[in-house]
Each structure stands twice: as C-alpha cells, then as structure tokens.
Design a protein around this ligand. Structure first.
Ligand code: GLA
Length: 401
C-alpha cells in the first residue's frame, strides 16, 4: 500500500482556530481567545544547550493550541482533547506544590508548573477556562512539552493583562519544566517555540541567548522519521548525562580556572587536558565540545548553501551521540542507516533527548517521495512497526490568532 507522509501545517491556522472556538463554545458556553505555540526540529547541536553551548532549531508547523476565556476567581478549568481529561484547580491551591517525586510526568504538570512559575516570578494570574489541543506528536522528540508550556504561559499572561516578553517566557517555561516536572532540560525547546521564524532556522547561543536567523535551502526539505518508540529510561538518562557533564566541568576547572561550562573548553584544551577525566565523563565531554564546533561549521555551511557539508556534519553528530554520548538506540540507528542508502539525502541524525523519538533528515525536494518509500519499508520490515514520517514546514513562534 502506498504510504503518505504527514505534512505539517496541512490544516490552515484559521480553520484550526475556528474549530477550536466552536469546540470551546460547546464545552464552556462562551467565547475564547485562541493561542498557538509550535513544536520544533533541531538541525544540529544536541545536548549542548544545558552546557551553555550552541543549537540550531527551527519551529515547525505542528502546534499546541490553547483556547482560553479568562475568569476572575483564580480558578483554572482545563480540558485536554488529546487525553480526554478535565482538570480543575484553584491557583492558590496548586501554588505550593513542587515537582513530582517520581514517575512519568502528566500533562497537567506542564500546565500547572507554568502557572505556578509565572506567579512565583511575580505575574499575578486571574485564572481561566481552557481547552488544549496538541498536534505535536507526544513523546517523539518534537517538543510537545515545550509547545504546551509556551502556549499556556502566553495565554495565561495575556489573559491576565501582562505584556509578554518572549525571552522571559522561554526562561520561565524552562524553569517550570526543571522545577515542577523534574526534567533538567536546557532552554532550546522553549526558546524556539517563543522566538521561531517561518522559513528560517536559528543559531542560538544558549549562554547569552543571542541568536542569528539562518536561511533554509529552498530545494531541500526537513523530513522527520518517528521511530514510534520511547524507551523508559529516557528522562533518567537525560538528567544523568547532565550530571556527567557537570562532573567534567568540575574536573577540568582545576586545570582551566576560568571554565564555567563545557562551552568554554576548546578542542585544543580538550586534547591537552581531557586525559585527566574518567572514561565515561571523557566521552560525554568529547561529544559536547565537538558538537559545539559542528554547529558553528554547520551554520557556515548553511549560509554558503553547502548542503553536502551540512549533511556530513549531521552524520558526525549522530555518530558522536551514539558512540560517545550513548543516547541513541537500535531504532534510531536503523533509521539513520536506511536514510544513508537513499539518493538525495544530504544527512540524517537522531534528534532531541534520545532513546527513541525521531530522526531528522535533510532531503533534496525531488527525492522525498522515494525516501519515504524506502525508509518506511525498511523500518517496517526490520522492526514490525510502521514509522510516521513528517515533511516539516517551518512556522512562527507563539502567537495569539
Ligand atoms: C530535550 C531537551 C532540550 C535539549 C535536547 C537535547 O529536547 O528538552 O533542552 O537538551 O533534549 O539536545
């Protein structure tokens, strides 16, 4: 059977907004304002953000949508379409709760975490009736969580009469995920969901938060293949990698006193001093330091429209994530390997935290259909699972429609 890739942005924003308005009226019997925040891809620069390093994300045409009507009694009434669940709370009641001690995070944690964090930062909220609809595939490494946080945060702030500073919102949403969900993520996902630009990728310095917008090639597409698996250890291993990087910084700082993060270590420094590190920490640091250099080279390649060079850097990034950082898995490696056999693929690499989720491919526009056939068939034959394939359009950051 012929398989068709999903294309992001297929339902127009206006149609989606109108549909949400109707649904909200049916649920709550009144009118709502509509907000949207996008998921993201990351072209290169993985596990560098929490090391004060460089990343290259782009916001994509899958969004989380929020319909909200303000209330003045500090109550939140929230309905999630994806989970068919309703949650009601009083902002004063949820205020004191910290991160869940264990287990997987629940969608409510992201919503309440943002509300609590905004209030703690001094933004008094009025409460609201809310309907949430997510288009970003959940748990796939396309940042469905950041999209929820940013859409909810933006909606709550606006509905409570605050002006929204996008950079500040990104930082507060990251804090919510760190402190309330217990995932020690970096700033990349929330930042691009706030500040993304349609048609462009972003070179972001995760220390200064300076960024440069980069052109995307007109004759190549960003194609994302979803393994459809998420191995259980993902979030525990994520926090462990972060701790290993911090251990590397502590050791190297004895030799390089100005060092604050792995971002400050050059490849030359690492050749000199890396041997002081225990084996595992050495490998983690080698990945991060090499990846930062690859991001800068990749930005130059993109600006020079050298897609072959860009693709090679993607391949190196994947090998480093797999061998040194050890966050890949069989399914991700298989998708990368299958992609390498297809004509017209410039590069492929795992994306996001790892242990499942998605591979991002840069594919010549005319080769997308062939790519999809070969990769989907190969993956299904080897694993018995059909991958989902998304041909991604880029999108603007969070907005009210
Ligand atoms: C997840 C985190 C990001 C980033 C990536 C890995 O997506 O949310 O902050 O660390 O993993 O690059």
């Amino acid at each position: 059977m012929e398989r068709k890739a999903k294309e992001t942005g297929k339902v127009s924003a206006t149609d989606q907004a109108n549909d949400l308005k109707r649904e909200f009226r049916r649920l709550y019997g009144r009118d709502a304002r509509i907000y949207r925040a996008p998921g993201r891809v990351n072209l290169i620069g993985e596990h560098t953000d929490y090391n004060d390093g460089f990343v290259m994300p782009a916001a994509i045409g899958f969004s989380t949508w929020v319909a909200l009507a303000p209330r003045d009694d500090r109550k939140l009434s929230i309905y999630s379409e994806n989970f068919s669940e309703r949650f009601e709370s009083d902002l004063s009641g949820i205020n004191g709760k910290g991160a869940r001690a264990s287990a997987a995070a629940h969608w409510i944690d992201y919503v309440c975490g943002v509300a609590v964090t905004l209030e703690r930062a001094g933004y008094a909220l009025s409460g609201g009736d809310m309907l949430i609809r997510g288009e970003v595939p959940i748990g796939s490494g396309l940042s469905s969580s950041a999209a929820v946080e940013v859409a909810v945060g933006y909606a709550l702030l606006e509905a409570s009469g605050h002006t929204v500073d996008r950079m500040e919102l990104a930082k507060l949403c990251q804090r919510a995920e760190n402190e309330y969900v217990g995932m020690r993520c970096g700033i990349m996902d929330q930042f691009i969901s706030c500040c993304g630009q349609a048609g462009r990728a972003m070179l972001l310095d995760c220390r200064s938060l300076d960024y440069r917008s980069l052109p995307l090639p007109g004759d190549a597409r960003l194609v994302v293949c979803n393994t459809m698996v998420k191995h259980e250890l993902a979030s525990g291993e994520y926090n462990r990698r972060r701790a290993e990087c911090e251990a590397g910084v502590r050791r190297l700082a004895r030799l390089l006193p100005c060092l604050r993060a792995l971002r400050d270590v050059t490849l030359a420094d690492f050749e000199l001093y890396g041997s002081e590190l225990p084996e595992v920490v050495y490998r983690r640091c080698r990945h991060v330091i090499g990846e930062n250099a690859r991001v800068m080279d990749a930005a130059a390649a993109l600006e020079g429209n050298d897609l072959a060079a860009f693709g090679r850097l993607m391949g190196e990034s994947h090998r480093s994530l797999s061998d040194d950082y050890q966050v890949s898995c069989d399914e991700l490696n298989l998708l990368v390997e299958l992609a390498s056999r297809v004509e017209g693929v410039y590069g492929a690499r795992m994306m996001g935290g790892g242990f499942g989720g998605c591979v991002i491919n840069l594919v010549a526009a005319e080769s997308v259909a062939g790519f999809e056939r070969v990769v989907a068939r190969g993956y299904e034959q080897a694993t018995g699972r059909a991958p989902e394939i998304y041909v991604c359009d880029t999108a603007e950051g969070v907005e009210r429609l």
